[in-house]
Structure formats: C-alpha cells, structure tokens
Design a protein around this ligand. Sequence first.
Ligand SMILES: Nc1nc2c(ncn2[C@@H]2O[C@H](COP(=O)(O)OP(=O)(O)OP(=O)(O)O)[C@@H](O)[C@H]2O)c(=O)[nH]1
Ligand SMILES: [Mg+2]
Length: 328
Amino acid sequence: MISFSLDQLGWKPYFQQQIKSSEESESYPARIAQIHRTHCVVWSSKGIETFEIGVFKERKNLAVGDWILVPNVGERPLRVLDRETVLIRKAAGKRTHDQLIAANVDTLFIVTSCDQDFNVSRIERYLALAYEARIQPVIILTKTDLTKDLDSYKEALLVLQNGLRIECVNAKDTSSLTSLSSLCTEGHTIALVGSSGVGKSTLINSLTDAGQSTADVSVEDGKGQHTTTSRSLHLLNDGGLLIDTPGIRELQLSDCESGIEDTFDDVSQFLGHCKFNNCQHKTEKGCAIKTALETGELDSRRWESFQKLQNEQKQRDLPRYEKGRPRK
Ligand SMILES: Nc1nc2c(ncn2[C@@H]2O[C@H](COP(=O)(O)OP(=O)(O)OP(=O)(O)O)[C@@H](O)[C@H]2O)c(=O)[nH]1
Ligand SMILES: [Mg+2]
C-alpha cells in the first residue's frame, strides 16, 4: 500500500498550529489530491482514500492542495484547515462567482510556449494572480526546441520585472529540466497554469511518472485541445508536489488590486506623484505618468496593460446593475 509522510505532502507549522490537542490523537491530516464532480481523492500517512464531496461542510469551497482533518474511526472528514495560500480566478462565461485553482501553493509555474501562445499581456495577468496570492512566480518557457529565436522570447520576458525567474525548457526532454530541480524540493508545492497546449501535463509527465494525457495542438491555429479537464496533485520522484490544471482560455482576475500593483512596479512608482491628487493622467498639467511616457522612463504598452487590468477591477467592484453603464 502506498502511504505518504507529512513532510512529503508539504505539512507545515502553519497547519499543525490549527490542530487542537484533543484532535491530535483522534484524527490525522490528509491532503486533497484530486477533486471530481462527486468525490475527491486524498493522500495521507494512511494511504490513498476517497470521500464523497457531499460529506464536506465546505463542499462548495474545496481545492486541490487543501489539507483536511480525518477522524481515525468515523468516516466524515472533520474540517478543511485554513489555507496558507490560495489561487483564485473569476469563473469564465456569465457566471460571476470566483473559482479556486489550487490551495497551499508555494510556487506558481506560469507556463507559456515559444509559439502563437506567447503573449506578454497574458503573462502579466498570471503574475498579478501570483502576487495577489503571495506565491512566488516562475515563468516556464516551453517548446524551446521549436524556435530559432529564443532570445527574442527571453528579451520580451526580461522587461516584465527585475529578478523574475525564467526557465527555458523542452518539456519533452528530461535533460532540459534539471534547472527546475532546485525548486522541486520535498514538501514544496508548485501549481502549473497557462493556456491549453503549452505543455503543462507534458512537463509533469517528464518530471514524474504521472502519465497525464496530452494532445497535439491544432495545426491551424496552434491552440491546445483542453486535454486536461480537472486539477490533480502529483508527487515528484525526488520530492516536491506538482499540481496540473486545465488550460485557461482567458484568465479573468478576481479581487487583485495589490497583485496588479506589485506586477506593475514600474508604473506604481509614478502614481501619486502627479500635481493633482485626482489626476486622470490624460491632459492634466504636472502629470507624472505623462512625463514618464514622454521621456521613455515608462513603457506605453505597460501603462496600457496596467490601465486595462485596473479598469477590469473597477468594473468588477461596481454593483452588478451598474456594470457596463457609464459611471456618473
Ligand atoms: N516540441 C515540443 N512539444 C511540446 C513541448 N511541450 C509540450 N509539447 C507538446 O505540446 C502538446 C500539448 O501538450 P500538453 O502537455 O497536452 O499541454 P497542456 O498545457 O497540458 O494542455 P491542456 O491540458 O489542454 O491545458 C503535446 O503534443 C506535447 O507533446 C515542448 O517543450 N516541445
Ligand atoms: Mg494538460
């Protein structure tokens, strides 16, 4: 029977301190590894177990990566422990609720490929998602074997942020993944996010023996086929945990004001320095943003990208009946 040590699964003092002394001997912690429509799969020192979703009080608020407390004798899980971190996005389509991507994540692999998927504005959204959740982002640039111009992809990423870690890989070739091993240490949880077809599952298969399904991208538009349909946790042979996630069509940010400010620190440094407190950064005299754009200290694409995300946040904060109508 397979069983997991707490260290392997990423148990930390933050979770331990939530356990009451009376619970210590009567229950054990387990980590949610998969969530399906009717049931979830959990890993613990007792091995692999399955629970009906309906037995959880928090059934509408469960995420892969969550820690739960399971009683030794009874079947019903006691509760979900408070999360250290959580990745949340706005659900796609007309639904307005937030959707949990994963919980208790230490590092976010933002996966993009050297082909039509590559789009720096999209990567900025993912960075904002990571910073809002206080999770360390790493950009993983895949399919480096398919381009002759890797440098221009790297250059486009390097301007995004000082010190941003960027890893260039061929996800199909394990020998190109050795640089990732310093991140994949025991108990460290990494979630992989990105568009469909960028190679998230391929990367996981190369680092583990997970056997996740993968599929070729379309020859016509280079888009993926949304092969992965649910989130799942995978244990690396050398330690570390990876969470595979389904490809996201268009990442809509949830409540993300501070994440956006952290992502755009080149923009933030000029905000608040205009002559007028209520400067709209359009035609006002003494506008610090306008001056920075004119002198080239601020990149116009970055400013536009920042404004777009900020406006989405403002739109999000409006009561529903006001959305889409001109503001007074
Ligand atoms: N040449 C090359 N092909 C790759 C690389 N990474 C992934 N692929 C291929 O790209 C296709 C899509 O890979 P997947 O791993 O299924 O992509 P995914 O991100 O998991 O996609 P979804 O599950 O749909 O979100 C597969 O045919 C992979 O073999 C790479 O680095 N180089
Ligand atoms: Mg996949």
